[in-house]
Design a protein around this ligand. Structure first.
Ligand code: ADP
Ligand code: MG
Length: 423
């Protein structure tokens, strides 16, 4: 389906074509017409499927057709980076219209605050905001909310994970009840449904498959001991000399610097940088810009980046460790192969990470290929599912005090040395 078929105005269509959007993605095809009719929407689709345009186009269409007076549209997002990115996409779509917009997020510069305050007092049409900073402005009383007619909660699942539920409820207290509300999420956890039930009115539900990495991503994994990981990265890079954009994820902020330094030490002249929520806002933006511009070949990041951030042309995502939350795997892997492109995702699994990876495989309903560790790296740990592991512990395990483990009476029949007919 093309964008012309949505019956949207010329100004928007022209901008859409400048942005090289030709065919609508499945979520856009289903949700844009419904949203343009003014319905509340609850949409669930994996990352990289084009959810941003799904809410921006109907909002802008309404503002162009029905006029925009003051603050009409509020988009709430979990992270600063996402606020900036959505505002940029919005500026692209609204290029030929009179719509004004501003990203509002926490930072440390007083100037930002004054700028944001001005956006509110001057009646900027669309505000893309993170919850905390938005509330800080709302509390000071100068934000006129009575014209708000669109509310979007993007990455709602992430906002709940990050504990923003109370903030969201507070924000809801400031904005008119009569409005169109759209909620977007990559997963449809029960809490998301609960939140949706409490804030959406007769919503149209649109769900595009369950959260799974896009088809274009080639997924693989290595069983590896922690001390072998840096050498494994070297090996993977040597095998793929044409890759120019690689994202390495780790769950631990503390590891970022040590990974960056180890890579620098091991691979002469490589452009590698790190980014985490500990970095100052402008530092984060600079690092991201350099990575987007391909000046940096490897970016080492925490999960701050895994949700929603859109960087084109990432060849490879390496999970330096297995994310705690299975949905985070989908988000991390979703950073490559955006919008139909091809990409590769490789996960490093240490022995301790096996149970987490088993959960991931059950979420994505797929077993990920475990590649043999290159011989020069030494021996790898063995992939064993938790069921196999616990069996082994029960039969041969030792207690932490080093003594032999005794079997309870009722588990005797599982002891192979006593002859177990079930095995
Ligand atoms: P999501 O929010 O679902 O993770 P995004 O809205 O960030 O996905 O879109 C992912 C990428 O795909 C972005 O670079 C976006 O510009 C691009 N994109 C979205 N829709 C289309 C489309 N219909 N045609 C071409 N590119 C698109
Ligand atoms: Mg998104």
């Amino acid at each position: 389906m093309t964008f012309e078929e949505f019956n949207i105005n010329e100004k928007l269509l022209e901008a859409i074509s400048y942005m090289h959007f030709e065919k609508a993605s499945p979520i856009q095809e289903q949700a844009i017409p419904v949203a343009m009719e003014g319905h509340d929407v609850l949409a669930c689709a994996q990352t990289g499927t084009g959810k941003t345009a799904t809410f921006l186009i109907p909002i802008l269409e309404d503002l162009v057709q029905n006029g925009a007076h003051g603050f009409t549209s509020l988009i709430v997002v979990p992270t600063r980076e996402l606020a900036i990115q959505i505002d940029q996409e919005l500026q692209g779509f609204s290029y030929f219209t009179d719509t004004t917009s501003k990203a509002v997020y926490g930072g440390d510069k007083g100037m930002d605050w004054d700028d944001q305050k001005r956006a509110f007092t001057e009646g900027t049409n669309v505000i893309v905001a993170t919850p905390g900073r938005l509330i800080a402005h709302l509390r000071l009383g100068y934000v006129k909310c009575n014209n708000i007619r669109h509310l979007v909660l993007d990455e709602a699942d992430r906002m709940l994970d990050m504990g923003f539920i109370d903030d969201i409820r507070q924000i809801l207290g400031y904005i008119p009840k009569k409005r169109q509300t759209m909620m977007f999420s990559a997963t449809m956890a029960p809490e998301i449904r609960k939140l949706a039930n409490s804030i959406l009115v007769n919503p149209q539900m649109i769900s595009i498959a369950i959260a799974k990495p896009a088809e274009g991503v080639k997924q693989a994994a290595y069983m590896v001991h922690p001390y072998q990981k840096i050498n494994l990265i070297t090996h993977i890079l040597a095998q793929n000399p044409d890759y120019d954009s690689i994202l390495i994820f780790t769950s631990t902020k503390k590891l970022i610097n040590s990974i960056v330094h180890s890579i620098r030490k091991t691979i002469q002249g490589i452009e590698v940088e790190g980014i985490s929520s500990d970095f100052e806002q402008n530092e984060r933006e600079d690092v991201l810009l350099r990575f987007k511009a391909k000046q940096t070949k490897i970016l080492v990041a925490t999960d701050v980046l895994s949700r929603g951030i859109d960087i084109k042309g990432i060849n490879l995502v390496i999970n330096f460790d297995v994310p705690r939350d299975a949905a985070d795997y989908v988000h991390r892997v979703g950073r490559t192969a955006r919008a139909d492109a091809k990409g590769e995702a490789i996960t490093f699994i240490s022995e301790a990470d096996i149970p987490k990876f088993v959960r991931i495989e059950s979420l994505i309903e797929k077993s990920v290929e475990k590649l043999p560790l290159p011989a020069e790296l030494g021996e790898a740990p063995v992939w064993k599912t938790p069921a196999e592991q616990s069996k082994k512990k029960r039969f041969y395990g030792k207690r932490s005090n080093g003594k032999r483990r005794f079997f309870k009476k009722n588990s005797r029949k599982e002891n192979p040395r006593k002859g177990n007919t079930n095995q």
